[in-house]
Design a protein around this ligand. Structure first.
Ligand code: ADP
Ligand code: MG
Length: 616
């Protein structure tokens, strides 16, 4: 028998990280709440920007963002757009970015800075490293484990590349979590209630909308839609145009539009105007660019809203599409969750509310929600949270029924998925050519106290003495929580399998009740299980000894003595004697066979017994 350990020892400190296109940050669960980890200035958001300054310094975060226009070819932002993709897949993305992107080996994109080329994983690792340092300073202890979020539509390669980036940053990424799932978790949508949620995520440069279905604690992404080039940066751009239009041209100077210092200042001013307009009806700007000119400007919220209205409408079109793709109607959305800094714009909220006829959740800061949700998942992986039905772990043990109605567990509860375990079984009767496999879920020892998930039959086993066929039974739970049980006879290759979704039809309360049951009944279960084991052993001894008697040529008196003891044990079995009596019967039989001073029978019995005991 072989069995892999499925659950590693759980690390105690695990942070949640939102590795964003525009901003990144970490959060940690503390008691019932979760909190973001801020830098020394109290800032939670770290701009996802890296600048390889000509003076040799590598700047990350706010300092790097400040260089975006002064060193456009050495300041890398939006690296999330490139990670895990080939140059071919990027399409015209590189043309939109001011830093040079070249094709490296296997057509993977690389950012060229001077002599050196950087992979998107390396750039992301620099950002993650900064996030890690910030978290360590805030917590006062080393951080090694994390849950990192990605958009729901990220494919395997993009997810793997994100994991690689974490590893490069010295972080063990325990789980990649979908951003919309994380956001839903942050809003307390923890799977305890079934329903549908719409997650509307408007960040700096990207817009994502996802429809989630929550079924018995399992989050499924039903559909996604969005626009990879739509976000708060576009709002800034529109305001920036107004500022530039108001900037008087200084005679004899190059156009302000080509001056990176002017553009940088204008972009910054535009963003701060926009942010003011989220809480005020009007915002003033006084921008003094010295010799390059000065602007005084007032923008009202109404003007701003008129400018961005077409962009907001585009997001609503995506919402329509996502809901339709999920096979739902707008009224069937139970919860609306806002994510991304740009959902702070009041018009965005108002338009969404108008369309869905429902108040969006607003209790959590939209630019912190993903990290906060990731920290909740992180806490579950750290093993600190016992109240929440963990996502992506197996809530109850899975096993098969063995001889006598006991359950042999192959995958233990709380194993993280995906996971796979194989164990070997055999037949219990001679010349048996088929076995029934009953798959059970639960913590109790006996099949009758567990939940039967399914049943299948393996045929085509070669007719052999009991215990000789070798049947490998594999339990495989994939990342979606789907269980596949396969039985394969090793000699003939005969195979049969069944596929089950174990979490379906089980509520969190049921899981809890089944757990409590197993604790309350532990003693009784132990006794019952022992009784089955003794019974199996007694039956095996009876059969084994009978076989041995037929093989060994014993003197009649000894044959008689053995037969008598076998018969006595057989009677106990037939009378359903209790475990103590059966144990006594087994001991008596052992004594008789042991006292027969004949190596032949001892060897024959031993051999027959060995074969019998392998069976079951
Ligand atoms: P991402 O997920 O792309 O990394 P974020 O969720 O951090 O991005 O959102 C960043 C965007 O949110 C920026 O465009 C920023 O200007 C915008 N933003 C932040 N706060 C506000 C606010 N109060 N009002 C409007 N926009 C805001
Ligand atoms: Mg985001």
């Amino acid at each position: 028998m072989s069995s892999e350990a499925a659950t590693p020892a759980s690390p105690r400190l695990v942070v949640g990280i939102d590795l964003g296109t525009t901003n990144s940050l970490a959060a940690i669960r503390a008691g019932k709440g979760a909190r973001v980890l801020r830098d020394a200035d109290g800032e939670p958001l770290i701009p996802s920007v890296v600048c390889f300054h000509p003076d040799g310094r590598t700047l990350v975060g706010r300092e790097a963002k400040a260089e975006r226009l002064t060193h456009p070819d050495r300041t890398v932002f939006s690296i999330k757009r490139l990670i895990g993709r080939s140059v071919h897949e990027l399409g015209d993305e590189p043309k939109r970015l001011p830093y040079p992107i070249v094709a490296g080996e296997r057509d993977l994109p690389r950012v060229r800075v001077g002599e050196r080329q950087w992979s998107p994983e390396e750039i992301s690792a620099l950002i993650l490293q900064r996030v890690k340092q910030t978290a360590e300073q805030a917590l006062g202890q080393p951080v090694q484990h994390a849950v990192v979020t990605v958009p729901a539509w990220f494919d395997d390669a993009q997810r793997q590349a994100t994991k690689d980036a974490a590893a490069l940053a010295g972080l063990d990424c325990l789980r990649i979590l979908n951003e919309p799932t994380a956001a839903a978790l942050a809003y307390g949508i923890d799977g305890s209630k079934d329903g549908t949620a719409l997650v509307y995520d408007l960040g700096g440069g990207t817009f994502d909308v996802s429809i989630l279905r929550i079924d018995d604690g399992v989050f499924r992404v039903l559909s996604t839609s969005g626009d990879t080039h739509l976000g708060g940066d576009d709002f800034d751009e529109l305001l920036g145009q107004r500022i530039l239009a108001a900037l008087p041209r200084v005679a004899g100077k190059a156009g302000a539009l080509e001056d990176p210092y002017v553009l940088q200042a204008v972009r910054k001013a535009a963003e701060s105007l926009k942010i003011k307009l989220s809480s005020a009806e009007r915002a003033d700007l006084q921008l003094d660019l010295g010799a390059r000119g000065a602007v005084t400007l007032t923008v009202t919220r109404a003007e701003f809203e008129a400018a961005i209205a077409p962009l907001v409408q585009r997001t609503l079109d995506c919402v329509q599409r996502a809901v339709k793709d999920a096979g739902l109607r707008l009224e069937q959305i139970d919860d609306v969750v806002l994510v991304g800094g740009s959902t702070r714009v009041p018009m965005v909220r108002a338009r969404l509310r108008g369309m869905l006829g429902k108040e969006p959740h607003t209790g959590v800061d939209p630019d912190l929600a993903v990290a906060l949700g990731a920290s909740i998942q992180a806490d579950v992986l750290a093993g600190n949270d016992r109240s929440l039905l963990p996502l992506d772990v197996i809530p109850l043990s899975l096993g098969i029924e063995t001889l006598g109605g006991a359950v042999q567990k192959l995958i233990l509860r709380n194993s993280t998925i995906p996971t796979s375990v194989t164990e070997e079984f055999s037949t219990g009767v001679d010349n048996q050519t088929a076995v029934d496999l009953n798959v059970f879920q639960g913590e109790r020892e006996l099949a009758k106290d567990c939940r039967r998930l399914g049943h299948f039959k393996l045929r085509g086993i070669p007719p052999l003495p009991a215990g000789l066929p070798r049947i490998a039974v594999t339990f495989l739970v994939d990342a979606d929580g789907v269980l596949r049980v396969t039985a394969r006879e090793q000699r003939t290759g005969a195979e049969a399998s069944i596929q089950i979704v174990p979490s379906f039809g089980l509520t969190r309360d049921e899981v809890r009740r089944m757990m409590l049951d197993s604790i309350e009944n532990a003693q009784a279960d132990y006794v019952a299980r022992e009784a089955i084991d003794v019974r199996n052993k007694a039956e095996a001894m009876v059969r084994g000894t009978q076989k041995a008697l037929a093989l060994a040529e014993l003197p009649p008196d000894q044959t008689y003595a053995v037969q008598k003891a076998v018969k006595a044990l057989g009677k106990l079995l037939a009378a359903n004697a209790d475990a103590a009596a059966l144990k006594q019967g087994c001991d008596d039989l052992t004594k008789v066979t042991a006292t027969i001073a004949d190596d032949v029978i001892s060897a024959a019995v031993a051999k027959a017994l060995r074969e019998e005991q392998q069976g079951s």
